[in-house]
Design a protein around this ligand. Structure first.
Ligand SMILES: *[C@@H]1O[C@H](CO)[C@@H](O)[C@H](O)[C@H]1NC(C)=O
Length: 342
């Protein structure tokens, strides 16, 4: 036991070093930052958890979700955690000294199994505060797990995760901010930022030789809950994903758990936005195929190897609500899919 956990800590420390090295050295102009994360397990598989829309100082069942993440994280011996954004409510962090960082993150996700790198994107609520604070490496001095960037790539050998900054896409944040202030430093003007981002993403996805291509963003592409689809993403981002054979798009934003299958491409949409406040009571179907929808709190796990990707959704008591497996057979072609249910 003691041996196992010190080995795990050493592995985690190595992962952090690799990340630190990657963070400091990848400065190629125009390219998305790319981090290498080597799967720790000997069988070459990768396990991770995905949680979104969480930072509420433990309230709204955030702590219960965190506790179950700890248990499942231990059982699956996870390599890392992904956050789909809205990391701190209601208005992101004030600055790098904001105690919400500890109160909503460090002091909540305390389980041993969660002491792994967290790869995070920003949500719209994060942009309502000091967005640069969450991107600051200073936070890693307080809690070294917190690796938040706008758009970046995490390569874990046979899988590439493309993290995309989706908040700037949504036009009404720019045109109708209402009482909110969005921190567009380093982003404005919108058109140029999005054009550059899509070009960089397209280039990175074209270069990718990974078996699986997984895209992560905060906003929904397809959703049957409160926010519904994000039309700017369907128009601007989805074509890049389709063109480059993305397997999955994983998001938060709607405070629920969902799996929706595209009807005109192999893309599967997963919403994991149940990290704290939930139960909106909204259901509005769209034209794609809804496979699973849970309006309450919870999180998702993903276990991957070269042949299979298994998704599980869990509720606040750790119960598995839904499970789905996708297989790739034969040669690594983006079109070689087998769907377990068909
Ligand atoms: C916490 O989770 C339980 C179980 O799902 C639920 O009954 C309760 O309403 C939740 N509390 C909040 C504040 O959402």
């Amino acid at each position: 036991m003691a041996n196992g956990s010190s080995a795990a800590m050493a592995a985690a420390a190595l992962a952090f070093l690799a990340v630190a090295a990657a963070l400091c050295c990848d400065t190629a102009a125009g390219a998305l930052p790319r981090l290498e994360h080597h799967p720790a397990k000997n069988d070459g598989s990768l396990s991770l958890l995905v949680v979104g829309d969480w930072g509420r100082k433990g309230t709204h069942n955030q702590s219960r979700v965190a506790e179950q993440m700890g248990r499942v994280g231990e059982k699956l011996d996870i390599d890392f955690v992904i956050s789909t954004g809205d990391n701190f409510y209601d208005n992101g962090l004030k600055d790098v000294h904001d105690h919400a960082f500890e109160e909503s993150f460090t002091d909540i996700y305390t389980a041993q199994s969660l002491q792994k790198p967290w790869y995070l994107v920003l949500g719209n609520h994060d942009y309502r505060g000091n967005a640069l604070a969450q991107l600051s490496p200073v936070l890693r001095k307080i809690d070294s797990r917190f690796i938040c960037m706008r758009s970046f790539i995490v390569n874990a050998e046979f899988v590439d995760f493309f993290f995309v900054d989706t908040t700037p896409f949504q036009r009404n944040y720019w045109t109708h901010p209402g009482k909110h202030h969005y921190d567009w430093r380093g982003v404005a003007p919108r058109g140029k930022y999005i054009a550059n981002l899509l070009e960089d993403l397209d280039e990175a996805m074209k270069k990718s030789t990974a078996r699986w291509k997984i895209v992560v963003g905060h906003h929904t592409m397809r959703s049957v809950s409160d926010h519904g689809d994000t039309k700017e993403l369907l128009k601007l981002l989805l074509p890049v994903l389709k063109e480059n054979g993305a397997d999955f798009y994983i998001n938060g934003h709607d405070h629920c758990l969902e799996h929706i299958s595209s009807r005109d491409s192999p893309i599967q949409y997963f919403t994991s936005g149940g990290g704290s406040k939930a139960w909106r009571g909204v259901f509005q179907p769209n034209k794609d195929k809804l496979r699973f929808f849970y309006d309450g709190q919870g999180f998702m796990s993903l276990q991957l190897n070269r042949e299979q990707a298994q998704f599980n959704f869990y509720d606040v008591s750790g119960k598995v609500l839904y499970q789905w497996t996708s297989s790739k057979t034969g040669h690594p072609q983006p079109s070689a899919y087998l769907d377990q249910e068909e």
